[in-house]
Write a protein that binds this ligand. Structure first.
Ligand code: B12
Ligand code: SF4
Ligand code: SF4
Length: 353
């Protein structure tokens, strides 16, 4: 075996050793789907995620992100929880699975640092950069190129045997490695995710209008949630997994028991508060309690006011008239006009019933 093959093999083994479920290797080239990404931005589908526009050039030229970079080690970490999801009680909030435990940015960055230490034992002088989600990298394209999964019509990266409940991170390196083949697979004639999306956010196969996606509306959007979408949010208060829940590649089968199998990552173990909490209890939380409950959790990204906005909408959708006094109490003390407007909307909705 060549030295390059030896190093690649050793990194692959170590990546599993430090806890990653998937690992692959890609050359750093212009992303195959760069033009699609630019077209997507031009259509306005990114909404208020201006950082995607600002970093578009870097995303389409990953070689520039680290001078001399040649390769990427791309990893996937399974986050499927071991506990069953409760989604059908409208008085209880539903968090996206990836937000049940600790923040994956921290968890994966820490594990990638461990992996990089190992790589530096093999190649002490190599230059490297670690990214998890937040870097100027088209991660799905890179992970596809590294063989981790193919693109579903819901735009998720899907691993044929494991499904799509995995997160992506990478180490860019200035050394050459032995590269994997791009992932191969497809949805066939299935359209379940497109049919199930409550807000019609998958506007065509492989095309997601983020402005309509519940994940964007409950996490990224800072201001008011457009009224036309509020009733469709149901009880999803942080992110959304519906287009993954219905996907056949996330249903375990005898030939693919790893699909949606529980994560091995202890940091992703669910916090009590993320397991079907009562919506009225969440609305009664004070800011300090919110900060404590969601310290080092992805949920803090929504910020206190965004979180209250989301909970108010879910209560409005809950048909629970006995939530009216709580809404009134919260309205009496709420000073933020944006949150007030959502509390009023919820009161109106419950009064209609
Ligand atoms: C912005 C963003 C969002 C936005 C927009 C999502 C979107 N689909 O574009 C919002 C806020 C809505 C979002 C939601 C979610 N996100 Co997000 N998000 C990102 C982020 C930061 C950038 C994605 C991006 O550039 N979008 C623009 C589109 C055009 O690019 P793309 O999604 O990469 O899609 C590629 C393919 O579709 C391909 N392509 C295009 N057309 C075609 C056509 C064909 C035929 C084919 C084969 C391919 C193909 O080209 C595109 C460019 O590479 C990435 C992290 C990163 N740095 O890349 C995470 C990321 C994509 N998100 C992730 C996750 C987990 C989620 C959620 C599941 C969270 C949740 N539960 O709420 C949802 C899923 C919603 C969904 N169905 O996509 C993971 C996905 C892992 C995976 N297995 O796919 C990522 C990679 C973060 C990570 N580090 O793990 N997200
Ligand atoms: S995450 Fe939810 S809202 Fe977004 S595309 Fe999937 S099903 Fe639709
Ligand atoms: S639900 Fe069907 S169409 Fe959607 S991603 Fe899964 S296999 Fe593809």
């Amino acid at each position: 075996m060549s030295e390059r093959a030896d190093i690649t093999h050793a990194i692959r083994q170590q990546a599993h050793e430090v806890g990653f479920d998937l690992v692959g290797f890609a050359p750093l080239e212009t992303p195959a789907h760069a033009d699609f990404f630019r077209h997507w931005l031009q259509q306005g589908y990114a909404g208020e995620m201006h950082y995607l526009h600002r970093t578009a050039d870097a995303r389409c030229a990953p070689q520039q992100v680290l001078p001399g970079a040649k390769s990427a080690v791309v990893v996937g970490l399974n986050y499927a929880p071991a506990v069953p999801m409760v989604t059908d009680d409208p008085t209880r909030g539903v968090f996206a699975r990836y937000a049940f435990g600790d923040d994956y940015h921290e968890v994966m960055t820490h594990r990638l640092q461990q992996l990089l230490e190992f790589i530096r034992q093999l190649r002490p002088d190599c230059q490297a950069k670690i990214y998890v989600d937040a870097g100027p990298v088209l991660e799905r394209d890179l992970a596809w190129r590294a063989g981790l999964g193919w693109f579903g019509k819901n735009t998720m990266l899907i691993h044929t045997r494991r499904g799509s409940y995995f997160l992506v991170g990478e180490i860019l390196l200035d050394i050459e490695l032995e590269y994997d083949q791009p992932a191969f697979g497809g949805c066939g004639t299935c359209t379940r995710c497109i049919d199930a999306c409550p807000t019609g956010a998958i506007v065509a196969p492989y095309v997601l209008d983020a402005r309509r996606c519940i994940s964007y509306l409950t996490i990224e959007l800072r201001g008011s949630i457009p009224e036309e979408h509020r009733s469709r949010l149901g009880n999803r208060i942080f992110g959304c997994d519906i287009c993954q829940e219905v996907c056949p590649f996330n249903q375990p089968r005898s030939h693919a028991p790893e699909r949606a199998a529980p994560t091995r990552e202890p940091a992703f173990a669910p916090r009590e508060i993320t397991l079907a909490p009562k919506l009225v209890d969440l609305l009664r939380m004070r800011e300090e309690e919110f900060r404590t409950a969601f310290r080092r959790s992805p949920v803090k990204r929504a910020k206190w006011r965004g979180f209250r906005r989301n909970v108010a909408v879910a209560i409005g959708n809950s048909r629970q008239a006995d939530a009216i006094p709580t809404l009134q109490q919260e309205l009496a003390q709420e000073t933020d006009p944006m949150v007030r407007e959502h509390l009023e909307w919820a009161l109106d909705r419950l009064a209609e019933r």
